[in-house]
Design a protein around this ligand. Structure first.
Ligand SMILES: Cc1ncc(COP(=O)(O)O)c(C=O)c1O
Length: 430
């Protein structure tokens, strides 16, 4: 039995993959990753069109990040964060407070995007308990969102298309407004905004916060919406005295062309979640930032503490990787890189519009999306992408790419050609 088959076979006996049946197929062994390339165990090399689910923005094995992690490993790989602190965490929190939208001064570190969102929700609930309004314990969000896989976060994912429909009966019931109709780059009219206003006003008394992925809704539908809509949400939350949480786990650190997607609208939330590309995809780390007002209100009443504390909170290796990733972003070439990827994706995906079964093509920053009329057949499509020499992992009706920022033009072109070829051959209407 060759190496590849034995790995897959062993995997299928004991490993459970995300959103997969116990014997996940098709499945590919990956042996190494370097730059924008993944090397499979059978020797084939693929251009990575996924950045490992939005995270590997600088590609793989970036020497600056690796050096930082190696040096930290020699000092201290991990230490508990209760009662102890360390330079990598303190300076990372200082740095996050500095680069994030205005007013976000306090940082709670955690280990995944879902937990960062859980912490944000907990902050909002504790804030209202501290203000003597414990009945404000519901959230308002928009349809089409995705915020994670834990029970708190599943309750604010899209109730139908959010992958968690299965659990609806046991989730906390929150409030949902329609997905914004106004697209990115468009104004949002009073009429278009009225559904959100009505949803908020109907639920107002019980609302702790509004939670949204700003500008780009990721895994819930890869939808890009109006910055004006976001500004209106912000203004309404201010007017009605409701907290605003932005989940930038997917959009944070440059993916949409701005450091944070909130900056397209020129606004700052009360609470912000980041994760994924925080470490350049090297190690798992997330953070929840909040304003001094949120912090001091929570601290003003018993128990005076935020009631959360993951074992691996502030992991020094992950903090070192995050520092190094932020160093690379501070060089600012990423903005040009993202702009080049955006124009390459626009040109390269345009021909997909004429493929039967394609509903829409949309591009924003380093994100390219081909939305289909019907879901793809992963058994056909996944191996077909590998045969084309690219790693693309569609879901449902969405074939999309968000390559590392360092991806060269010819590699972006190859990703786009692969998407065209695979959809022409295997489009779901054929
Ligand atoms: C917007 C958003 N929030 C939260 C999460 C959850 O992050 P994690 O998978 O690291 O728990 C994701 C993951 O895709 C996401 O896209």
């Amino acid at each position: 039995m060759n190496k590849k088959n034995s790995l897959i076979k062993r995997d299928q006996q004991h490993v459970w993959h995300p959103y997969s049946a116990p014997q996940a197929a098709p499945l590919f062994g990956v042996h190494r990753a370097h730059g924008v390339r993944l090397q499979l165990t059978d020797g084939r090399e693929l251009i990575d069109g996924m950045s490992s689910w939005w995270s590997a923005i600088h590609g793989y094995r970036n020497p600056h990040i690796e050096k930082a992690v190696r040096e930290q490993l020699e000092r201290m790989p991990h230490v508990m964060f209760g009662g102890l602190t360390h330079e990598p965490a303190v300076s990372l929190c200082e740095r996050l407070a500095k680069i994030s939208p205005d007013g976000l001064e306090r940082v709670f570190l955690s280990d995944s995007g879902s937990v960062a969102v859980e912490v944000a929700i907990k902050m909002a609930f504790q804030y209202w308990i501290a203000r003597g309004e414990p009945k404000r314990n519901r959230l308002l969000t928009i349809r089409g969102g995705y915020h994670g896989d834990t029970f708190g976060t599943m309750a604010v994912c899209d109730p139908v298309n959010g992958m968690h429909e299965f659990f609806q009966d046991i989730l906390t019931q929150h409030f949902f407004a329609p997905r914004p109709e106004s697209r990115f780059g468009e104004q949002c009219t009073d009429q278009q905004f009225s559904a959100f206003t009505s949803a908020l006003e109907a639920a107002q008394e019980s609302l702790a916060a509004v939670i949204l992925e700003p500008i780009v809704q990721g895994a819930g539908g890869m939808w890009f919406y109006s910055a004006d809509f976001l500004r209106r949400v912000h203004a309404l939350c201010r007017e009605k005295n409701i907290l605003l949480i932005f989940d930038e786990v997917a959009t944070g650190f440059g993916r949409t062309g701005k450091m944070f997607a909130a900056q397209h609208a020129g606004i700052a939330p009360d609470i912000l979640c980041v994760g994924k590309s925080l470490t350049g995809g090297t190690l798992t780390l997330a953070a929840t930032l909040c304003t001094n007002e949120v912090t001091s209100t929570i601290a003003s009443v018993e128990p005076g503490a935020l009631m959360h504390g993951p074992t691996f909170m502030g992991n020094p290796l992950a903090c070192a990787a995050a520092h190094a990733s932020l160093d690379l972003l501070a060089r600012a070439t990423w903005q040009d890189e993202v702009a080049h990827i955006e124009s390459a994706l626009q040109a390269g995906l345009e021909p997909c519009k004429s493929i039967p079964g394609v509903k829409e093509v949309r591009v924003l920053g380093a994100i390219g999306v081909v939305e289909l009329e019907r879901p793809v057949d992963m058994n056909q499509v996944q191996p077909a992408f590998v045969d084309e020499g690219v790693w693309i992992r569609p879901f449902g009706r969405l074939v999309y790419t968000m390559p590392p920022f360092i991806t060269k033009r010819e590699d972006v072109d190859q990703i786009c050609t692969a998407i065209k070829n695979v959809l022409r051959k295997h489009h779901p209407n054929s």
